[in-house]
Design a protein around this ligand. Structure first.
Ligand code: EPU
Length: 435
């Protein structure tokens, strides 16, 4: 039976909330654990749909897994199966298993990827990198088949700092023969967390200047104990909830260094925050409309693409015209139609409305938007298309007058742990219902 959230908006959210471990670090580190036959222990492990899917993937290839509260024990004494099942098609993690499976078994099969519908999401950089390292890869019947007589270090240039392609190359290079260099690498905090974990396992990975990463292949990697970094996307979601509902939330575990450009945007908007030893507290200085802003998404350390959807709710409450220019994904404004039905005035455009021209110029993609505010929001019925759009809808519903019924919440469950229980503690009127 499908489930939905029933939300009655308009209540200021107040109190404290603790961040879960990062989805986009935990899932990659679980895959990295396949590189060793020894035991790996992950603390601050998030209990979300995406880690469940990744656990299924790991079990499928031979991992033994024990999970207690927020602690995961995973050990893969042997790769018993190099074919990752189609069930793992529900997210984009399987492609990252290529490196570990090739290193330990010389063969790998992974399904063509699923994940959020936010653009074409090609994986050409991943495939090119692995081919350069000595893998033969073919695709047939929605399955990638890869084989190698032994991965070799290589010099890899990424035309765009892709998070997944950087991770994939690192995971393949750590046990490859010889040295690898990645130019144009992504350097998101989740990637640094993966590198820290691999270093604990015995890998040699050096961070260079100008998006360069150097990897010296080693013969063997061992077990490790690692604490997953807090989820910065959860942090942004809860921060926006505090500001949008005129509440005050202390986000325990929020890391200032992961959120610098978000915090700047909050300050320019006219919201406020206080950095305290436990985390970061978000609140409004007064109840006046916010200032209009120009937001441009970018790779780290820029304003993250996953933050623009929740932030857009704040911009609907700004006095005047705001702009968002999405430069990472070409199709990430699908959610604004629903916001417009709730009372927002947002226009999506194909031009580059930011300071910079981006690689989507003249391609006809709706990758910029203009937001006129302030506009009151009203409850509505919404179907969630993807995780970050979904959290924006939930924030809009928490802010809106009246009741909203939000379906498609399996997207939310993939990335937010026990969302409704945690929001209820902040005073939200939110109920999970069967439909
Ligand atoms: N790209 C290519 N070719 C490739 C790989 C990427 O052209 O081979 C392009 C993509 O089409 C996109 C851009 O490069 O336009 C960036 O994509 P990237 O590879 O960096 O994204 P990803 O690894 O698939 C991760 C996160 C996303 C997050 C992005 C950007 C995970 C599982 N996903 O995706 O998170 O938005 O990096 O930071 O880590 C989410 O958590 O909701 C989410 C979508």
């Amino acid at each position: 039976m499908a489930q939905a959230f029933l939300i009655r908006g308009g209540k200021p959210l107040k109190g404290e909330i603790k961040l879960a471990g990062s989805k986009n670090a935990a899932t990659k580190i679980m895959v990295a654990s396949l590189l060793t036959s020894e035991k790996v222990i992950l603390e601050n492990f998030p209990r979300i749909g995406d880690t469940e899917i990744t656990a299924e993937l790991c079990k499928n290839v031979g991992s033994r897994i024990r999970i207690k509260n927020h602690r995961l024990e995973i050990q893969t004494p042997k790769i018993i199966n190099f074919r990752v099942k189609q069930l793992s098609q529900r997210n984009r993690i399987p492609i990252l298993a290529l490196g570990p499976l090739l290193s330990r078994k010389g063969k790998a099969e992974v399904p063509v990827l699923g994940g959020d519908k936010i653009g074409h999401r090609p994986i050409d950089f991943h495939i090119e990198a692995l081919k350069k390292m000595g893998a033969k890869i073919t695709v047939k019947n929605s399955v990638y088949r890869a084989e190698t007589k032994g991965l070799k270090g290589a010099s890899i240039y990424l035309p765009y700092p892709s998070v997944g392609a950087t991770e994939n190359t690192i995971l393949a290079a750590v046990l490859a023969k010889g040295k690898s260099k990645i130019s144009g690498a992504a350097i998101e905090p989740e990637i640094i967390d993966l590198i820290k974990f691999l270093q604990k396992m015995g890998a040699i990975i050096e961070l260079g200047v100008d998006r360069k990463i150097y990897i010296e292949g080693v013969k063997k990697l061992g077990g490790a104990v690692h604490r997953i970094i807090p989820d910065r996307n959860e942090a942004v979601s809860f921060a926006v909830m505090a500001l949008a509902t005129k509440g005050k939330i202390l986000i325990k575990g929020a890391v200032q260094g992961h959120l610098i450009n978000f915090l700047n945007a909050v300050r320019r908007l006219g919201g406020d925050f206080k950095i305290v030893p436990k985390g970061i507290e978000f609140f409004r200085k007064n109840n006046n409309p916010f200032n209009p802003l120009m937001i441009e998404t970018d790779t780290h350390p820029g304003f993250m693409t996953d933050w623009q959807q929740p932030f857009c709710i704040l911009l609907t409450q700004s006095q005047g015209q705001s702009v968002i220019h999405e430069t990472v994904y070409e199709d990430r404004f699908g959610y604004v139609q629903d916001l417009n039905r709730m009372g927002a005035r947002i226009k999506v455009l194909t031009g580059c409305l930011g300071k910079e021209i981006c690689r989507f110029i003249k391609k006809g993609y709706n990758h910029s938007c203009q937001i006129e505010g302030p506009t009151p929001l009203f409850g509505s019925q919404i179907v969630i298309p993807d995780i970050r759009a979904g959290i924006a809808h939930i924030i809009a519903a928490l802010t809106a007058k009246g009741e909203s019924l939000i379906t498609g919440i399996e997207h939310i469950d993939r990335g937010y742990e026990n969302l409704e229980t945690r929001l209820k503690k902040l005073g939200a009127s939110i109920k999970r219902v069967d439909i």
